[in-house]
Design a protein around this ligand. Structure first.
Ligand SMILES: [Zn+2]
Length: 306
């Protein structure tokens, strides 16, 4: 029995939708030159050796499509592809469909193999009306290619060094350091190739239990950062995302609705510098790391982080 059967299949549709909406809107990303401090809520392991199977000591991984709606790069929907999961979910509803590129040619939708881990972004933000200040928020860190290998290596090093939790509960300073490269087929123009999820990771220290940061962080006004707490002062829920629920494939009718009320393009191919195929379960390679992550991982102000 596959792992989906115990998770997504039994969840009622509403809960599933809720979990997924939360998950797709909370992808972590950085601007070029930016650094953020985050806490890892899961260890990072090499990806599952078998598609569609849950391995407890592996980082959760799945194929997904990035759909751009109405050619608006801020409207991107991530849809889990059922490749490898057909016995439980049937053929993928997105793979069945085609989209039209700039020249009117019909194209298939790219599927990207990605790894997912839960982090807490320690950067404070406030709701639009200023009524609530979130000092930290749970986020999805999408890992691909070299960055995934790098973090899996760091996790291994921690485990071999005697910490069975690996990277879990470590405070890490993530930076996105510019990597300008000449991209093929772009008229020789330099392109930013630094992964949106960052490419430099400085491990700062381990979070103590009950959750307490290993180093003092500051709020923008210079006061002490209160740490891993909700706006009401209650401790933040430190449980990782429930991946089989959060990334459950959408129903046929939901996909139908998405396609019938929007012009849908493949976001992965619509981005300059992106190359279409990324089938390798090892992570997608350098081409896919450049720009395929969320176009807007920031939570909207009305979203309540959890
Ligand atoms: Zn698919």
């Amino acid at each position: 029995m596959g792992w989906w059967a115990t998770g997504a299949k039994q969840a009622d549709q509403e809960k599933k939708d809720q979990a997924r909406r939360g998950a797709s809107g909370r992808r972590f990303w950085l601007k070029v030159g930016e650094s953020r401090k985050v806490v890892f809520l899961e260890d990072v392991w090499p990806s599952s050796p078998e598609e569609g199977k849950f391995w407890p000591d592996r980082t959760f991984s799945v194929y997904e499509h990035a759909l751009r709606l109405n050619n608006d790069f801020k409207q991107v929907e991530f849809c889990t592809c059922t490749k490898g999961l057909e016995s439980e979910f049937g053929p993928c509803e997105v793979c069945k469909r085609r989209w039209k590129d700039g020249s009117g040619k019909e194209q298939v939708f790219t599927r990207l193999y990605r790894n997912f881990t839960t982090i807490v972004d320690m950067t404070p933000w406030s709701s639009d009306d200023g009524s609530k200040v979130y000092v930290c928020s749970k986020r999805i860190l999408v890992l691909k290619g070299e960055v995934f290998e790098l973090l899996a290596g760091k996790g291994k090093k921690k485990r071999e060094g005697g910490d069975p939790q690996g990277l879990k509960n470590w405070l890490v300073d993530i930076s996105r350091i510019s990597l300008m490269r000449k991209a093929k087929g772009q008229g020789g123009k330099d392109q930013e190739m630094a992964p949106r999820t960052g490419n430099d990771f400085e491990i700062l220290g381990k979070v103590a239990s009950p959750p307490q940061l290993p180093v003092k962080l500051k709020m923008p006004d210079g006061s002490d950062h209160p740490g891993l707490v909700m706006p009401d002062g209650k401790p933040l829920d430190m449980a990782p995302f429930d991946w089989p629920k959060a990334l459950a494939p959408r129903s046929a009718s939901e996909i139908e609705g998405l396609f019938s009320s929007n012009i849908v393009m493949d976001d992965s191919q619509a981005r300059p510098g992106m190359t279409a195929s990324s089938e390798a379960p090892s992570g997608g390679g350098a081409k896919a790391t450049a720009g395929a992550a969320s176009p807007g991982g920031e939570a909207g102000a009305d979203e309540v982080p959890y």
